[in-house]
Design a protein around this ligand. Structure first.
Ligand SMILES: [Zn+2]
Length: 387
């Protein structure tokens, strides 16, 4: 019975959305009770001038700033340890994540590591941390991860070559400042891959083992917005309307899966493929998603049919199954229209890695949220189809 499945929506970060909202960063730092800020970012973004402009704004109000700009894509235990060393030397501060998913991942790890003893895997979320994390303020510069809505970050363990989760309820960002102006310089390929990641968040949340109406409503709205505006933003990165729509939609897709649905096998596979090859998260998801949706069709055709309506390909005169198939085709078409590679082989995966990837995907806890827990053979079938 519906009422027998409890639903509780945990507090979300405060959302400050809109063009120019990043100028309120100092206000956010004071709001979390800090007078110093530790900015976590990557070198490429630093090159655009965004982190330094934010730092300048903070310093103008008397806030002491340190910038750590050595975040890499698919950050590792080495990245986390390096950031922790700089933060420990700087001292207690608000941690400000400026960038995409990788900067958020490192910010969450360092917010704990900076005030606790240990290194690398010690900060696995399953380990107790005596001291709660430093307050985090998230300033995303991509429209994809939705990472500002949850309390987990993903780090590559260089010893085991597997990803693990850093996290603690205290690393949930306190404020998410979503300023679409910061996403204008994102190149077309990164715009496409991060947008497809957000779409995957919406779809996996919608089709998860324990869906809920809150997540469904938010995910359908996010998917609809992404389908409409992603091709426009990829075509013309300076289109502020498209950038604004995508920025909020990516956040909403994060809100959907942070409401308790989690994600699913698509993310289990994406983490495993990226750990094995360094492939781009959203591109792996785009190659896998249509095949994964086909494998879930018997369990989730109703959800996919509603997705079809949200994506503008639903037809009430056709069956649920037909509308679900139309949704799957629409996802594949959107990915190809924005230039995502169609196969995993094109992204550097080689045949002998498929078994390893299947096993790692099953071990990834995100996979527990799949509509039914898959067998190795089922994961292999999805991988083979996407290969
Ligand atoms: Zn993702």
């Amino acid at each position: 019975m519906f009422g027998e499945r409890p639903l509780s929506i945990a507090p979300l970060p405060a959302l400050w959305f809109g063009l120019g909202q990043s100028e309120r960063l100092a206000e956010a730092v004071r709001l979390v009770g800090a007078s110093r800020a530790f900015l976590v970012t990557d070198a490429a973004l630093r090159h655009t001038g965004i982190p330094d402009a934010l730092a300048k704004g903070l310093r103008a109000t008397g806030i002491d700033v340190e910038i750590f700009d050595r975040v890499v894509a698919n950050p590792t235990t080495d990245t986390l340890n390096a950031a922790a060393e700089v933060l420990r030397a700087f001292g207690r501060a608000a941690v400000v994540a400026v960038g995409g998913g990788s900067s958020m991942d490192v910010a969450k790890g360092v917010a704990i590591a900076g005030v606790n003893e240990g290194s690398g895997r010690d900060f696995d979320y399953r380990n107790e941390q005596p001291v709660p994390a430093l307050a985090i303020i998230a300033v995303p510069t991509t429209s994809g991860t939705g990472s500002e809505t949850n309390a987990f970050g993903v780090i590559d363990d260089l010893e085991t070559h597997e990803k693990f989760y850093v996290g603690h309820e205290s690393v949930l960002p306190r404020v998410a400042i979503i300023d679409p102006a910061l996403t204008v310089g994102l190149p077309a390929r990164a715009t496409a891959s991060t947008g497809l990641d957000a779409l995957a968040h919406a779809i996996e949340s919608l089709a998860a083992k324990n869906p809920n109406p809150f997540a469904t409503a938010v995910a359908l709205e996010a998917a609809s917005t992404i389908a409409t505006w992603l091709p426009i933003a990829v075509e013309d990165g300076t289109n502020l309307e498209a950038r604004s729509q995508l920025a909020l939609a990516a956040h909403l897709a994060g809100v959907a899966f942070a409401s308790g649905t989690g994600l699913g096998l698509g993310h289990g596979i994406a983490h495993a493929v990226s750990a094995a090859t360094g492939a781009v998260h959203g591109e792996v998801l785009a190659a896998v998603l249509p095949h994964l949706m086909r494998s879930n069709l018997d369990l989730r055709d109703g959800a996919y049919a509603r997705l079809g309506t949200a994506l503008g390909v639903g037809d009430p005169s056709r069956s649920t199954r037909e509308n679900a198939r139309a949704a799957i085709d629409a996802v594949a078409t959107l990915a190809s229209r924005v230039g995502a590679p169609a196969t995993l082989a094109e992204q550097g995966l080689v045949a002998h890695q498929l078994d390893l990837v299947a096993v790692a995907a099953l071990r990834d806890e995100v996979t527990l949220n799949a509509p039914a827990f898959p067998t190795v053979a089922e994961v292999r079938a999805v991988l083979d189809a996407a290969f």
